[in-house]
Design a protein around this ligand. Structure first.
Ligand SMILES: [Ca+2]
Length: 193
C-alpha cells in the first residue's frame, strides 16, 4: 500500500492450532478522518491431503437361507475424508440413505449398497442376496404297492414307503420318518414291513 512501511518480522515456525498475532495499520487519507486494520488472531490449519480413496462398505446379511426377518447392518469406513453417506437399494427399488434395514418378505432378495466419502469419492456398488423362507415344507407319503397284494387286506410282499416332501423356496434339506407297528403284520419273514 502506498505510504505504508513494512517491517519484516522474520520467519516464525508455528504448530497447528490457534495463535495470537497482531498487526495494525493506521493512517488516513484525504477522504477520511482515519482508518485502521487489525488482525488479532488466526488459526493455522494442517495442510490438506487429497483423498482419492473410495470408502469401503460391508454388510452383515447372512449368506444362506434365513427362516425369519433379516436385519441388515451396513458398516462403511473411509481412511481419509470420512464417510459422507451410505446408500442401499432392495430389489432394484429407489436408493435409500442409511445403514440399517429389515427385509421381511420371503424369497430371494437382491441388495445393492455403496458409500460416498466427504471428498466425493463413490464406492463401486456391492450386490448381495438375502434369502428368506418362513414357510415349512410339506411332506406326504405313499406306499407301493398301493393296494395290499394278499387277501383280506394283507400285504404278502415287501412294502415300500415313498416320501414326497416338497418346499417352495429353500427346498427340502432332509426328511425323517418313523414306523410304528400295531398288532400282527403279515411280513413274518423279515423287517421292515
Ligand atoms: Ca476416502
Amino acid at each position: 500500500m502506498e505510504g505504508v512501511t513494512a517491517t519484516n518480522l522474520g520467519t516464525v515456525t508455528l504448530s497447528a492450532g490457534q495463535h495470537a498475532f497482531r498487526f495494525t495499520v493506521t493512517g488516513k487519507n484525504d477522504a477520511s478522518n482515519a482508518y485502521y486494520f487489525t488482525v488479532d488472531s488466526f488459526v493455522l490449519m494442517p495442510a490438506q491431503t487429497d483423498d482419492h480413496t473410495t470408502p469401503v462398505t460391508t454388510s452383515n446379511a447372512p449368506e444362506g437361507w434365513a427362516k425369519e426377518d433379516v436385519i441388515v447392518t451396513l458398516s462403511p469406513t473411509d481412511s481419509q475424508s470420512g464417510v459422507a453417506k451410505t446408500i442401499y437399494s432392495i430389489d432394484g427399488a429407489d436408493d435409500v440413505e442409511g445403514t440399517s434395514f429389515t427385509i421381511k418378505s420371503g424369497g430371494v432378495h437382491t441388495i445393492s449398497f455403496n458409500s460416498v466419502d466427504n471428498a466425493g469419492n463413490v464406492e463401486a456398488a456391492h450386490t448381495q442376496q438375502a434369502r428368506i423362507d418362513k414357510s415349512a415344507p410339506v411332506t406326504g407319503a405313499t406306499v407301493a404297492p398301493a393296494q395290499p397284494d394278499g387277501s383280506n387286506e394283507w400285504y404278502v410282499h415287501d412294502v415300500t414307503l415313498i416320501s414326497d416332501a416338497s418346499d417352495n423356496l429353500s427346498g427340502v434339506s432332509n426328511t425323517e420318518y418313523s414306523l410304528k407297528l400295531f398288532g400282527l403284520h403279515k411280513a413274518e419273514s423279515g423287517w421292515p414291513v
